[in-house]
Ligand binder design. Sequence first.
Ligand code: UPG
Length: 469
Amino acid sequence: MSARGLDLAVTKMTEAGVPDLAIATFARLYGELEAGKTGLIRESEVAPLTGIDRQADLEVSEEQIAETLAATVVIKLNGGLGTSMGLEGPKSLLPVRDGATFLDLIAQQVLAARERYGVNLPLLLMNSFRTQAESLDLLAAYPDLPVDGLPLDFLQNKEPKLDAETLEPVSWPAEPDLEWCPPGHGDIYTALQTSGALDTLLGAGYRYATISNADNLGAVPDGAIAAWFAASGAPYAAELVAKSDADVKGGQLVVRRSDGQIIQRETAQTYPEELDVANDRHVHPFFHANNLWIDLVALKDLLAEHDGVMPLPLIRNVKTVDPSDKTSTAVYQLETAMGAAVNVFPGARVIEVERKRFLPVKTTNDLFLLRSDVYELTEEKHLLARTAAPLISLDGTYKLIGDFQARVKQVPSLVEASSLTVEGDWHFTAPARVVGEGVLRAEDDLPHAVPDGATITAHGISTSNETGA
Ligand code: UPG
């Protein structure tokens, strides 16, 4: 089965014009798959990571900031398909505030940072074949965004999904696009080379990259962290945040017991029965924000040492060829995570940053919260929390974006809430507020409207008299 599977995959990639380096990277992962590797990491093999540098303790000068930011580019990962929210286009095109999308706010944050620090600060998206056209269309509304002839994006690679039974490229004539997937955000190291972006940036004098998820509007360009990173001389740094109860999809850094090396462990690399302990913030206090700092010269050298193929561990993602049809053929997607480079760069650093640098939107719960009055938008288009974020738990009715949008026209005020749990088909169409541990339950499957002016408490919907409002 196997040699044939790889041969077929290589032929398919070659015919589709996938660059040789991306094919070599895929072939390496295929080898790991065949060897039976799953990428799973046992809790007993690792120890929690503690005692790291803190953003709050940084002392840097204005000169260091200006000097570093003048040589820094902002890269946003924008190639993912947002399938867990049922999206078909880029997640970054969802509206967040007053009609502005993630991508609008990212562009505006970068323009504001240029003004604030007096630097060029180019923005580059890493797009995939599924996200490029729509995302670039949106950025066309910002004529001042392009810098010095640099592109606004670079394109990541694509690879065939593999039939989980045969390990051969899956065939899906009904929608041949679905036979392909982006190879995870670890592909950034390959894509920076295959697109030519790495050489273009180095040639234009850029030395540092600040990289983050397009779904994290907290990751604004930060002068103090940039200056700290440059002064450290480290090739690579990862930002971590103190873990909250909402931090369950993503990853963390842990210490490998066998050699003391810091490594990344993603949710997809955790044994299901050990997820509880992996997510327990009393055991593992930090979460990996996926906000990275990379010295592009060091990256170029490291890639040269590895013939351009970053040796990142395989993440074997099990899906169906049509993500919206759970009965379609089971496939493996061979992926890598960008943050796994922590154990490939000798001398990599980690830093604990403030929570405001990590506002991920992985689920409609996160989107509900981000659209609420818990966050205010500053002039520089930063989203700042007015109060501790309540834990939002909407039931499965709201999981897919279309169902969510149909039901949530107006997010209730959440500034007085510590949590909100919604079970049943509730429609939020008028102003309301949540106080304390708000709960909405329905005894039936019928649609229910949250009344105009309602107060939602632990006892459900109260009249204003009951809450004393
Ligand atoms: N993305 C790409 N290309 C891909 C896959 C994803 O650009 O092939 C983008 C995606 O659009 C998103 C970002 O990468 O903007 C993150 O992807 P996502 O699937 O949302 O996150 P995870 O891969 O689950 O987790 C990442 C890190 C994890 C961290 C978490 C923080 O791997 O360590 O805790 O982000 O949100």
